[in-house]
Design a protein around this ligand. Structure first.
Ligand SMILES: *Cc1c(COP(=O)(O)O)cnc(C)c1O
Length: 500
């Protein structure tokens, strides 16, 4: 069936998947959403369960990207999840924590964080989309990163024909491992700058370049168009739906649940992309009982789901789970569009209130629906460290700080409700991505630099260090340029026009 996309702020707008992905965001500021959700029957699940991850991905993606041919999608999927890209046979590896509580490890890709699941695939979807929408152009991706996204984008786009990628990271704002991951990046179409300033300076600078008509014209004359790889792009969301479908298939195959049995899904949440993908999977027919939304001390989503009022006027905390330190969860807009029965006018009013006053309250109907689907809770850093220690001592399982927030909130939920339904907890980063916090949680000294701590954590836990992190120390540095928010634009233009 032909699938079109609508904008959350203009339901009359209809674009193809290729347009939605190439464009990223709709002209009036809305997000692209599928016009309907494809449904999967028991027969479909039985067939999907007999496929490997790539086969499942092709099947699901074909339903959403109906303007792509099956062979185009097969090529994209095998480029993303093929040969040696992930260090497990199944890119979305399932680990049993205890009884019927399972950890869906989404971090076995090249950068050790779950963003690889989407960012390994997005570049291929994006180049195919760009070829369909505006053939013959080079797509240049600009990324401002607070750490994980920049590296995942660099790895995803490296040496992908027809693309270039430029990443800006705050010189003082990322961990040493994160910095090393970026400045040693390989590939002939990549460029990395440190910016003197914080993440907001980098982000503001990138946004300014996107809206600068003069720069766009200069680049267009050279057949280059700018695009973004951030998590509101539909091309980043759709790969995430796949792993929830796949998780259900794996639960069936392993006999942990029977056909049609429900299971809970727990997601450590920041921008609301990952948990939204689980919601879409549920709407497609994956039998999910409760969607459990886990936040850290920046608990704007916990408060919202429990009250119906979204209020970003609050202190911002730097926590031990930095990838969830977010006060504006952009992808929430897509959920509200569904729960408000596709009423674009209401969505527009919520989003303009958020921008103007920093607060909005949803309708009673929306709140009721949301609370019937979601449970929300949060965990502070002390609680998070406690979970890491307990998990290791009780179940011999080492988890990172983000995953620990999810496990902790799940435990709270289970204790409160007595619910013992089978559960899948999304694990979003390797514990080795945050060795300092994990050592601290285990009550061990975090001496030396972050490389020393990788080895110390390995000593303490016996868990293998991911190859891509272990080899970082001996990799040559390729990028050591710093720029300021004032000369970012010039640096981008120079690089894009002079690198062929
Ligand atoms: C990005 C990220 C998250 C948050 O995911 P959202 O889709 O933004 O909700 C959680 N954990 C880690 C490790 C991340 O990198």
């Amino acid at each position: 069936m032909n699938m079109l996309y609508k904008s959350t702020r203009d339901s009359l707008k209809e674009v193809t998947a290729a347009q939605a992905i190439a464009q990223g965001i709709s002209d009036e500021g809305g997000l692209f959403v599928p016009a309907f959700l494809p449904t999967l029957t028991d027969d479909d699940f039985e067939r999907l369960a007999s496929y490997d991850y790539n086969g499942r991905a092709v099947d699901i993606l074909c339903r959403f990207l109906s303007d792509f041919t099956e062979s185009e999608i097969e090529n994209c999927v095998s480029a993303a999840y093929g040969a040696n890209k992930f260090d497990t046979e199944n890119p979305a590896n399932m680990h049993t924590l205890h009884d019927n509580v399972n950890i869906l490890e989404l971090w076995h890709g090249p950068t050790c964080a779950f963003k690889d699941m989407a960012l390994q695939l997005l570049p291929h979807l994006l180049t195919k989309s760009a070829q369909k929408v505006s053939p013959g152009k080079t797509t240049a991706i600009l990324v401002a990163t607070s750490g994980d996204t920049g590296k995942a984008a660099l790895e995803g786009f490296k040496d992908v024909d027809g693309t270039k990628v430029v990443v800006f990271y705050p010189g003082e704002g990322v961990s040493m491992l994160q910095k090393m991951q970026m400045i040693t990046q390989e590939g002939n179409n990549v460029k990395v700058f440190a910016i003197s300033g914080n993440f907001d300076d980098a982000q503001t600078g990138v946004k300014k370049i996107f809206t600068d008509e003069k720069i766009k014209d200069t680049l267009a004359a050279d057949n280059i168009q700018l695009s973004s790889a951030n998590s509101i792009n539909w091309g980043r969301l759709v790969p995430q739906i796949v792993y929830y479908v796949s998780a259900y298939c794996d639960l069936l195959v392993s006999g942990k649940i029977s056909k049609g049995d429900k299971f809970n899904v727990v997601v450590p949440t920041g921008n609301f992309g990952n948990i939204l993908a689980a919601y879409y999977a549920m709407r497609m027919g994956v039998p999910i009982a409760k969607l459990i939304c886990a936040s850290n001390k920046n608990k704007v989503l916990t408060d919202f789901i429990n009250s119906g009022t979204y209020d970003k006027r609050r202190d911002f905390y730097v926590t031990a789970s930095p990838s969830m330190d977010i006060l504006i969860s952009s992808n929430l807009e897509r959920l509200l569009y569904e729960l408000e029965d596709n009423d674009d006018g209401i969505i527009k009013s919520y989003m303009s209130a958020l921008q103007k006053d920093g607060i909005y309250t949803v309708s009673d109907k929306c709140l009721k629906r949301m609370q019937s689907l979601f449970y929300a809770g949060y965990m502070d850093d002390d609680g998070t460290f406690g979970v890491i220690k307990e998990c290791f001592e009780k179940y011999n399982y080492l988890c990172d700080t983000h995953t620990a927030v999810a496990i902790g909130v799940y435990e709270k939920y289970a204790a409160e409700t007595g619910d013992d339904t089978a559960t899948v907890i999304a694990s979003t980063a390797s514990p080795y991505k945050f060795p300092t916090s994990v050592l601290k949680a285990l009550g061990k000294a975090a001496d030396g630099d972050e490389f020393d701590r990788l080895y110390e954590l390995n000593n303490v836990s016996g868990v293998k260090i991911p190859q891509s992190l272990a080899e970082l120390k001996s990799k040559p540095v390729r990028f050591n340029e710093t720029c300021t928010s004032d000369n970012m634009a010039q640096k981008v233009v120079d690089y894009l026009l002079n690198s062929k």
